[in-house]
Write a protein that binds this ligand. Structure first.
Ligand code: AP5
Ligand code: MG
Length: 191
């Protein structure tokens, strides 16, 4: 079983590349952002409690997201592999994640950080915002706020995995195929 953390700023291509990795390697994919949006769409209590955060582009509370991932791991411990997209996003989440995986005799194999220049990120998200229906894609102000949150709270998580010698960075510019080939080269080396 291989567990990969796909990391990077909003709009870097985590979701896009996770879909491709899933199809290519036959492994599972979870996006905490998508799980939260699904809870909101279904109008659950959990969704209602997170709606304000996600609309404003702020992080949801660690405890809630950690619980979500603990459930996911418990249900997917027999998978060939898992791609974690958008989690962990704080050092507290990364520490809790190690404890959760350890409980099941599992570990993170690698964090792959998809690097894209800031202006390209804004351009991509604004373009997607035309038809994504995502509240946090609608205005440049909220998009730039998400990037600020990334720099203030999330970027440091890379150091956590670098300290465990699990960190790799790839160039996220160019076509989606080019980015996939770069990531697949790393994953092939792990397998
Ligand atoms: P989340 O859903 O994870 O959003 P995000 O990190 O802001 O990232 P995006 O989904 O916007 O971008 P992406 O990297 O997946 O890129 P994509 O492939 O779509 O989180 C949303 C919110 O949920 C957070 O703000 C927070 O509130 C909450 N949340 C989630 N996880 C949390 C956690 N762990 N803790 C607390 N709160 C949490 O690509 C973007 C666009 O670019 C697409 O249109 C795509 O088609 C295009 N594109 C992709 N690759 C290329 C390419 N190579 N060239 C040109 N265009 C490309
Ligand atoms: Mg995404």
């Amino acid at each position: 079983m291989i567990n990969i953390v796909l990391f990077g700023a909003p709009g870097c291509g985590k979701g896009t590349q996770a879909q491709r990795l899933k199809a290519h390697y036959g492994i599972d994919h979870v996006s905490t952002g998508e799980v939260i949006r699904d809870e909101i769409r279904r109008g659950t209590a959990l969704g209602r409690s997170m709606e304000e955060y996600i609309k404003a582009g702020r992080l949801a509370p660690d405890e809630i997201v950690i619980d979500m991932i603990a459930n996911y791991v418990a249900e997917h411990k027999e998978a060939r592999g898992n791609i974690f997209d958008g989690f962990p996003r704080t050092t507290a989440q990364a520490e809790a994640f190690d404890r959760i995986l350890e409980k099941h005799g599992l570990k993170v194999d690698a964090m792959i950080d998809i690097h894209v220049p800031e202006e390209e990120l804004v351009r991509r998200i604004l373009l997607r915002g035309k038809d994504s229906g995502r509240a946090d894609d609608a205005s440049e102000e909220v998009i730039r706020g998400r990037l600020d949150v990334y720099h203030a709270q999330t970027a440091v998580v890379a150091d956590y995995y670098a300290a465990q010698d699990k960190y790799a960075s790839v160039d996220g510019t160019g076509t989606m195929e080019e980015v996939f080939d770069r990531i697949a080269a790393l994953v092939d080396r792990l397998a």
